[in-house]
Design a protein around this ligand. Sequence first.
Ligand code: DC
Length: 232
Amino acid sequence: MSIDAMSGAVPVITIDGPSGTGKGTLAHLLAARLGWHLLDSGALYRIVAVGAEAQGIASSDIAGLCRFAHDMKVVFSPGAEESIRLDGQEVAPLVRLEESGEKASVIAAIPELREALFERQQAFRRPPGLVADGRDMGTVVFPDARLKFFLTASSQERVQRRYKQLKNKGVSVNLSALLRDIEVRDQRDASRAASPLLPAKTAVVVDTTALDIDQVLDRVLAKVGEEFSRTF
Ligand code: DC
């Protein structure tokens, strides 16, 4: 069943949580398993941060950021060799830098920018369904989602995962600086007034500290199977 039988709405599964909980990987795997579309909302904030900066738009220029967010043409091609084209230019390596996440977190606190990205995010909701990954997917962007997950993990574990990812990419990182950066970013994302990072009331909270990604996917698929009365 692809279209929600009760409301006629395209079903959405949201996956929210802080960075390093495995949300992104889980969202990719789940979307592929279900054959649904994928929204990586963090990438949109990252793209605005790096794209606006490249055009000389200051992070304090709210109107400029909103105009950029409204006009930008973005094409996502997820996969092992991820591609993100911004106005025809390949930007995935730049978008995935640690510092781009930091810049994204800063501009993501601007309510007008969140509003400017709202419809673009909702436009990802197309049949047969959508898996949406971010911070406010279940609370603000898709409050009527059929199923909402909120992933957590200890900050030590999240830093270790991020450290391994960066090392695999050949990026040299300082573990204690990384821990500090992640904690600052989490604190900013969770304490901002506009759409702070927090679990939706009905979210299924999954602590991934002691789980590998296959175990997380199994738990999530079990819930999805219950909700949609079938196995995937
Ligand atoms: O998920 P990520 O690390 O790519 O996200 C980068 C930043 O973007 C994150 O620190 C906060 C912001 N963000 C947000 O405010 N709301 C979202 N739905 C997704 C990301």
